[in-house]
Design a binder for this molecule. Structure first.
Ligand SMILES: [Mn+2]
Length: 345
């Protein structure tokens, strides 16, 4: 077990109201860790609100955690904005989970983008619990370990060291987060692999049903999802002698399936089944006009480094899973992806 910094505990103990932030475009780990941490703060007698750019996206994942736990255990208010003045006056503190800080919160960041003074105020009143290596801004305290499977695992350690795994809902949220980020333990669980499984074992002892979490994570798709998935699969290109696959979600497809959830994980799973394929790059027309998103997944046996590949485009992540968000024309970015891939293999 890692050592949780004293400054992190002091930050929690010394304050009574917290804004809990996850990252933009939340995922299971982000929502799971936010819900567990919010529950933990409430158990400590503190008050908090979860701040999410899109409440709708957040609630979509929360309803899944509720399903895993068999109901919603505690009321946590989810808000779309936070009150900067209460942070500046010291009445409220900030907690960033599964992200490096305010700059990863999407539209919430916009009012502060060029205001270094306010950004400094937010930072010194913040703690960060994260498993992403990048992002090194000064905060009051941070608990960051890229070897952890997920932010939920690190949040789990903080909770366990303070109050133990005493609440089933909190445990389901943590397991949901860990299971989401590890692709239900199919991806790397980091150098702390055995520690991840030991924690999961204690979460199961506390009432989590892994089969239910697994089924819930995979559920909730609609028929459009299948159409979107098959269209994207047909749009794939094999490169580098079949070692890399690029899947293109161009403007036309994106517009046609604008309401459907992107079938990213199922596409990685599909193409990583193909013999010889080491990396799958999913290039997507971004919600923000003039931008292109991409994410990369790498086979467990491959030495291809998704993090350093994405850093070439100003992004990053993990060795086996990373992504980037760049401004540019879709076809130009596709060309750059093809070129950089041919340099990597
Ligand atoms: Mn994560």
């Amino acid at each position: 077990m890692r050592k949780i910094p004293d400054s992190l505990n002091a930050f929690i103990d010394g304050n009574s109201f917290f804004y809990v932030f996850g990252h933009v475009s939340p995922d299971g780990d982000c929502v799971g860790s936010c819900l567990a941490f919010a529950g933990f703060l409430k158990k400590l007698g503190k008050d908090c609100m979860i701040v999410a750019e899109s409440k709708k996206d957040f609630y979509q994942y929360k309803s899944k955690v509720d399903l895993c736990a068999g109901g919603s255990a505690y009321d946590v208010e989810v808000v779309g904005q936070f009150d900067f003045d209460s942070v500046a006056s010291g009445k409220a503190k900030c907690v960033f989970l599964d992200c490096s800080g305010i700059e990863r919160t999407g539209d919430i960041y916009l009012p502060f983008k060029d205001d270094t003074e306010s950004l400094d105020v937010i930072r010194i009143n913040s703690i960060r619990i994260d498993h992403h290596p990048q992002g090194d801004c000064a905060v009051a305290s941070s608990y960051v370990d890229p070897d952890a499977s997920s932010a939920s695992e690190l949040v789990g350690e903080v909770i366990e060291s303070r109050i133990g795994f005493v609440d089933k809902y909190m445990c389901c949220a943590l397991f949901f987060g860990i299971a989401s980020d590890t692709g239900f333990f199919r991806f790397s669980t980091g150098a702390n692999g055995s520690g991840t499984f030991q924690m999961c074992s204690r979460l199961v002892c506390a009432g989590v049903a892994p089969n239910v979490v697994g089924a819930v994570i995979d559920s909730g798709k609609d028929r459009d999802y299948v159409d979107y998935y098959t269209s994207l699969a047909r749009n794939a290109e094999y490169l580098c002698g079949g070692k890399a696959v690029v899947v293109f979600d161009d403007v036309e497809l994106y517009r046609r399936y604008t309401k459907a959830k992107r079938p990213s994980d199922d596409l990685y799973r599909l193409f990583l089944k193909i013999s010889g394929v080491e990396a799958v790059v999913f290039v997507k027309c971004s919600e923000k006009e003039g931008y292109v998103d991409a994410s990369v997944r790498v086979a467990a046996f491959s030495s291809f480094d998704a993090n350093s590949f994405c850093m070439r485009f100003g992004g990053g992540g993990h060795v086996k899973a990373a992504g980037f968000h760049v401004s540019g024309v879709f076809d130009d970015v596709c060309g750059m992806v093809r070129r950089e891939l041919s340099r990597c293999f």
